[in-house]
Design a protein around this ligand. Structure first.
Ligand SMILES: [Fe+2]
Ligand SMILES: [Fe+2]
Length: 251
């Protein structure tokens, strides 16, 4: 019978090298995870700061600050009703509340003015899409790219008569076309400092009137076809507004 052999030096060296390699792989895995967590944290903080700035801008012409929350949820619901993927709709729900962030740079005397603007006031007001896109920056993060696209495009008109670029039809990004419709409807149905809210049926009629003029006809059609569900969603948000934190990036 043979005596058991002691492990060769080569075998011991192999085992030590393998153990060391496993440790390195584990360390790299942990570092990779920590790096991703840190990036997510930075991105969340960035999003929250921009949302708070949007809230500050919204307070300039809405006492409650709930308009931007409603716009997020209504834009998401409308995107889903239009057949857009859930991931797109979810990103839009977080991008849309920042549509008027550029109003932070518009004087209150213009924002709160009842009646029509003189040319200088009109020029100041028409700056807010570009200012918004500027504030949101040229980020590589898809959420902020979409938010900048929405801020820049939400006052373009389907018929080309909008601002700042006079884009026509589908040249206007879909995200901005969706937000334009919900923003118009929501603004009509809320009290402003210079007028009372319009009743739902009056506002729906005004939206229908803009089909193919200010707004994408297909989006207006889907909004009108789903009006009861959208109004119910709006009323639910008004009864119990979701927390501000619920809007902050969560992935
Ligand atoms: Fe706007
Ligand atoms: Fe708005």
């Amino acid at each position: 019978m043979l005596a058991p052999q002691a492990p060769s030096t080569d075998r011991m060296f192999d085992a030590a090298a393998t153990a060391q390699m496993e440790r390195i792989v584990m360390d790299l895995g942990r570092m990779y995870h920590e790096r991703n967590e840190a990036l997510r944290e930075v991105s969340r903080a960035h999003h929250e700061a921009l949302l708070r700035l949007s809230l500050a801008a919204d307070f300039k012409d809405d006492d409650t600050g709930v308009h931007i929350i409603r716009i997020g949820y209504l834009a998401e619901a409308l995107a889903l009703m239009l057949g857009q993927p859930a991931a797109y709709a979810s990103m839009l729900s977080r991008a849309a509340p920042m549509h008027d962030i550029g109003k932070i740079g518009v004087p209150d005397a213009v924002l709160k003015k009842p009646g029509s603007f003189n040319p200088d006031e009109r020029a100041a007001m028409n700056q807010h899409p570009r200012m918004g896109a500027e504030i949101l920056g040229r980020s590589r993060i898809p959420l902020f790219q979409m938010a900048a696209e929405v801020a820049l495009g939400h006052h373009e008109r389907w018929d080309g008569g909008g601002y700042p670029s006079g884009l026509v039809g589908e040249a206007i990004p879909l995200s901005a076309r969706i937000v334009a419709v919900v923003d118009y409807f929501d603004a009509l149905t809320m009290d402003r400092c210079y007028r009372k809210a319009f009743a739902n049926d009056v506002a729906l009629g005004m939206l229908a009137e803009q089909r193919g003029k200010a707004f994408d006809p297909a989006i207006v059609d889907v909004f009108l076809a789903n009006a009861p569900a959208l109004l119910e969603l709006r009323d639910r948000i008004n009864r119990q507004p979701p927390s501000f934190e619920a809007l902050v990036q969560n992935d």
